[in-house]
Design a protein around this ligand. Sequence first.
Ligand code: TEU
Ligand code: CA
Length: 547
Amino acid sequence: MDWKKSVVYQIYPRSFMDSNDDGIGDIRGIIKKLDYLKLLGIDIIWLSPIYKSPDKDNGYDISDYYDISEKFGTLDDFKELLEEAHNRGIKILMDLVVNHTSDMHPWFIESRSSKDNPKRDFYIWRDGFGDKKPTTQYGFFNEPVWQYDEKTDQYYFHNFAVEQPELNWENEEVREEVYKMMNTWLDMGVDGFRMDVINLISKPEATLRVDGGPGAPCENGPRVHEFLQEMNKKTFSNYNTITVGETPGVSVEEAKKYANLDGSELDMVFQFELVGIEDKGPEGKWHTRKIKLSDFKRVTNHWQTGLHGKAWNSLYLSNHDQPRCVSRFGNTSSEFLREKSAKMLATILHFQQGTPYVYQGEELGMTNYTINSLDDCRDYEVFSVYKDLVEDKKIHTEESMLAALNERCRDHARTPMQWNDDVNAGFSKGEPWIEVNPNYKTINAEAQINDENSIFNYYKKLIALRKELPVMVDGNFELLLPDSEEIFAYTRNLDNCKLTIVANYTDKIIKCDGVKPEGEILICNYPNPKNNCEQLQPYEARVFIKK
Ligand code: TEU
Ligand code: CA
């Protein structure tokens, strides 16, 4: 399948479109909006999880891999969505969450019932170290990774919520169950998978040791490539699919194995180096520091040149776990700068080599909302992190934590899609499960679709250009002015075609004599740009093409 020319659009179903006014987005809502996505020009939809789930982590805790959550609809609704999408030439990727299940999954209910239950070994159980946990390790939501279970006097392992126990991939029966489930969805016509934390499935010994010591993170464990090659052979290589692995902590060297162009594992992976640049120290990602442009470019360059000709990049600045990219990397201090910086960011991203991902609302320049207190938040992570950093470890005060939440909380991405200026932004007539960003009166799809200068129509152009210009897909990448804290510039070259991408990353008018672009203007986020780079307007992005 031609995923190298494709653009993926991520839908977070509970916040996309509500068809029955219960305040929760659903599958029939997505069907209603397929023409909108067709208009934007995307090729593939990635659906965040829609399976049965107690929703401790918004569907990333699955209790039945074979059925659809009643909140989102029925299996028949899903089959209709598949058909309607396919009729429009749009593919659908399901979210595959198989590092862990819900604690309400029948396997776990059985597993915890007794030490000799046949499903005991489906999960990871260990004795304590004396009366302490096997290790003192903390997981992704700032909670201890070992949870005591009184019934059998042992601990089970979880990197995420307590209600997300981790599957034991060493057990062949577990792997076979997962492959069987994947093939069921592939047989139904699903076009592939986005694989949740797929590089955590093989746990290194140092993670699971029982000595009360610190433990170790379980990224890229010893058997992960063996497991993925096995999965590849037994499932998706027998179909025409697209696969993308979510791989926190992956390095360029590891990514070359996961996303090797030889097709032995996955088509591509999400790296976290870029979105995590500043996430150092005991507060992790919970800070208010901004990323330095030179760092941003260094990481981009590392991945662009590192994978070129060897593996394939996924390009993203936002998803359901990240704050809104225009708020984080752009400028929302005025309507004008929001529009310019949103288009500038899109330009920088879409001209790189890889498959671009557009997260719902990004194409409208949707922004973070204001969090005034914990009551405004819905995400499990907020409450566990607050307890750890504010109450237990006192690394944050209430105020500094609130400031960090306003920068980094995952709920920023999860407020409802802004369709129009009607009640609840046209998302639902009922009370939405999470508040609508009040700026929907000005920022909404309806206002942008018919405005030829809108962010929406700018994305539409970028998406269309990828299909027209082989240099966007296959050209090499060369970073210009690596040390500049004002300008993001690079070239792409293929055969005799050259693109020069130049962007002003500041809110000021600047001079840019260090770049001598060749050819004609291809696209720009300001009207009537000059055919040189001598002066750039705030957040101006110009792309030149020489054929
Ligand atoms: O995310 C895993 C992940 O590594 C992070 O993006 C994580 O959400 C973040 O670091 C927390 O601070 C995936 C899903 O995308 C996320 O929504 C789930 O909560 C998580 O796995 C567990 O399934
Ligand atoms: Ca609904």
